[in-house]
Design a protein around this ligand. Structure first.
Ligand code: 1CP
Length: 355
């Protein structure tokens, strides 16, 4: 078993004792940091940054040099998987992600390959190995993927979406095609996350950013069912340690019990759920990750600290809380405010642990 200097994050996910509540931030490497923008410019574009193990490692470590974060997250993107399936991912200046060849029909779905993670996605595994080497056991490394449903939205819409028109049309007109797609994506994600674990990821998280746009019934059928398949297919122990799995559905507050029942170790919460309610509902089964509104980082330091204190009090005493934002950090926040947030979690959470 390789040694970790700080394993609070892994311990909290397993609901074990910690000295202070661990904290990291979704999208902690990114455009709010001037040093990220400089490295991205050096790489040329976003995908070149992801494909270069040394530069991907550099941007992964940048937020850890500024803040005493309790975890690092692999610098990559959820859309590497559809790209490896042949859809042709590209980013246009000032625009979101796009695909050259979006999926339109059952025939397109049938023709999709399940990518070999050591081949088409070998650059991600190289980044994982490089980051682990450079972290030198400072904190654990989180690997990740998108949920099948969330990946499918980009693959069918051809990019970001507001109304999800095309994928919902497919859902009603050709549900078998959508199920085949989701099943292939679940198989691809299992291989991809297991390869990340073998390469050195010490915990994995599945981002279901768009599960919350589904009706209550459709969420269970088209999103949660395939995340459950992933949880069942993952390596849960590696290098002598349990590899915790976190599932995060944005806007998923109404399904917490069903998410917790998949057998995952932790459930991510956005800011629209009260953490004390979440703890009452599922806190005896899983750890909770979250859940400050990322917009709070626009507030003054005193207000940020007050919000951190309120969330800590909501969770109360006991194990099983990983502090985070309820979604990714916004690109125009003041980096100093992120530091206020991280320090407030460590300082204000001590009374909730030990004794
Ligand atoms: O211009 C740039 O530099 C690119 C911006 C960017 C960044 C920094 C993109 C494009 N991806 C990333 C990195 C990233 N994406 C990480 C790793 C870094 C970290 O957390 O520190 C992770 C975990 C993601 C995950 C991701 N990508 C999600 C799920 C989480 C979430 O925020 O909801 C989603 C939906 C994506 C798609 C994507 N990739 C990039 C953008 C701008 C988007 C969102 C597009 C949209 O809103 O639909």
């Amino acid at each position: 078993m390789s040694e970790l200097n700080n394993d609070r994050y892994l311990r909290a996910l397993l609901r074990q004792d910690v000295d202070t509540t661990p904290v990291w931030m979704m999208r902690q490497a990114g455009r709010y940091l001037p040093e990220y923008k400089a490295t991205r410019a050096q790489a040329g574009d976003f995908m070149s940054l992801c494909r270069n193990a040394e530069l991907a490692c550099e941007v992964t470590l940048q937020p850890l040099r500024r803040y005493p974060l309790d975890a690092a997250i692999l610098f990559s993107d959820i859309l590497t998987v559809p790209d490896a399936m042949g859809l042709g991912l590209y980013f246009e200046q000032g625009e979101g992600p796009r695909f050259e060849r979006p999926l339109r029909s059952m025939a397109d779905v049938q023709a999709l390959p399940v990518p070999d993670p050591e081949d088409e996605l070998g650059y991600v595994m190289n980044a994982v190995r490089t980051i682990r080497r450079e972290l030198k056991g400072q904190v654990p490394l989180i690997g990740f993927s998108g949920s099948p449903w969330t990946l499918a939205t980009y693959m069918v819409e051809g990019g970001s979406s507001k109304a999800f028109t095309k994928i919902k049309q497919m859902m009603y007109a050709e549900p078998a095609a959508l199920h085949l797609l989701l099943d292939k994506l679940a198989d691809s994600v299992i291989l991809y996350l297991n390869a990340q674990i073998r390469a050195g990821a010490q915990s994995v998280m599945v981002f279901d950013t768009w599960g919350g746009v589904l009706t209550p019934r459709d969420y269970l059928e088209f999103s949660l069912r395939y995340m459950h398949k992933i949880v069942d297919g993952l390596i849960r122990e590696h290098d002598g340690r349990r590899v915790p799995v976190t599932l995060f559905t944005k806007n998923g507050g109404q399904w917490l019990e069903q998410i917790a029942a998949t057998g995952c170790d932790a459930v991510g919460l956005d800011w629209t759920t009260d953490i004390s309610d979440a703890k009452r509902r599922i806190g005896d089964k899983v750890a909770l990750q979250g859940n400050m509104d990322p917009s709070l980082l626009y507030a003054a330091p005193a207000r940020i600290r007050e919000e951190v204190a309120t969330i800590l009090a909501g969770f109360g005493k006991g194990n099983g809380h990983v502090f985070n934002l309820g979604h990714g950090i916004h690109q125009d926040v003041d980096p100093e405010h992120a530091g206020v947030f991280v320090d407030a979690v460590h300082e204000l959470s001590r009374p909730y642990h030990g004794g």
